[in-house]
Write a protein of this length. Structure first.
Length: 269
């Protein structure tokens, strides 16, 4: 649909505001550390968004226009006086990617765009990341099936990288039976090899918890930690939609995340 800036936007639920607010809060809190990597002769601080969308949205119930993640993160880094030195965005939808690129270009962001599926663009972007730089990735897939674990594996190969991750609780809960019965399922992408480590004959609540715990274990095996501070995002009727969490190596990043989430997580299942 048409936006308020002369370009198209996408239609989203009101809960998107909470997600973007938390993203901006983390970008702001981490500004002091990020500033140490910015400037002449330094390795740089990079923002990565593999599911960037068009960069601007309209709240379907209120008609309010809001910034998408990549635009919001860039603007927040400017307000924090520690602007990202590179902004790498990607999306499988070329038109959405073009819109986000144009919006960031108008804001004079140092943007580079990559068209393709996240598991592929993650590899392309990783190859362009300075191995000595500081990197922050916003992994915001459209659903659980789009969240291939290889994305986390690929990005984790850079030493100084934090990942703010969107995990669909709704998909985990609503489709457990389908994922258990199907020969191939969203769980297979989210947690490869889960069938050999999770007892599918137990109650579905236990299956969901086991799958999620296994995901966190696999993150640890990559040398990172998935924060225990999970931010639960809910819908207009209080329905549980998704969690936001942080995967990071450094304890300071996890402390920043804890402060950003105000220690509030809600029930896991």
């Amino acid at each position: 649909m048409d936006g308020d800036d002369g370009m198209q936007v996408e239609d989203v639920g009101a809960w998107s505001k909470d997600k973007i607010a938390l993203l901006c809060k983390y970008v702001s809190i981490s500004r002091g550390v990020r500033a140490k990597w910015i400037g002449p002769g330094k390795a740089g601080a990079t923002y990565i968004d593999l599911f960037c969308g068009p960069g601007r949205s309209k709240i379907r119930r209120t008609g309010e226009f809001i910034e998408g993640g990549c635009v919001a993160a860039w603007n927040e880094s400017l307000r924090s006086n520690a602007p990202f030195s590179s902004v790498f965005i990607a999306d499988s939808d070329a038109s959405r990617l073009d819109l986000a690129t144009e919006r960031l270009t108008r804001l004079k962001a140092p943007v580079m765009a990559f068209h393709g599926e996240a598991e592929d663009t993650a590899k392309t972007i990783r190859a362009k990341l300075d191995p000595y730089g500081l990197h922050f990735a916003f992994v915001d897939p459209y659903n659980l099936a789009a969240f291939d674990f290889s994305v986390v594996e690929t990005l984790s190969k850079r030493k100084r990288i934090d990942m703010m991750v969107h995990i669909s609780k709704m998909d985990l809960q609503r489709n457990t039976g389908l994922n258990v019965r199907a020969q191939k399922s969203a769980f297979d992408k989210f947690v490869p090899g889960w069938r050999s480590e999770v007892d599918v004959n137990q109650p579905f609540t236990n299956v969901r918890r086991a799958v999620f715990d296994l995901w966190k274990t696999k993150v640890v095996r990559l040398g990172m930690a998935a924060s225990t501070d999970m931010k639960l995002i809910t819908g207009s009727r209080g329905q549980h939609l998704y969690w936001l969490t942080l995967a990071a190596r450094h304890e300071l990043a996890l402390a920043f995340w804890k402060a950003a989430t105000d220690n509030g997580q809600g029930q896991l299942f």
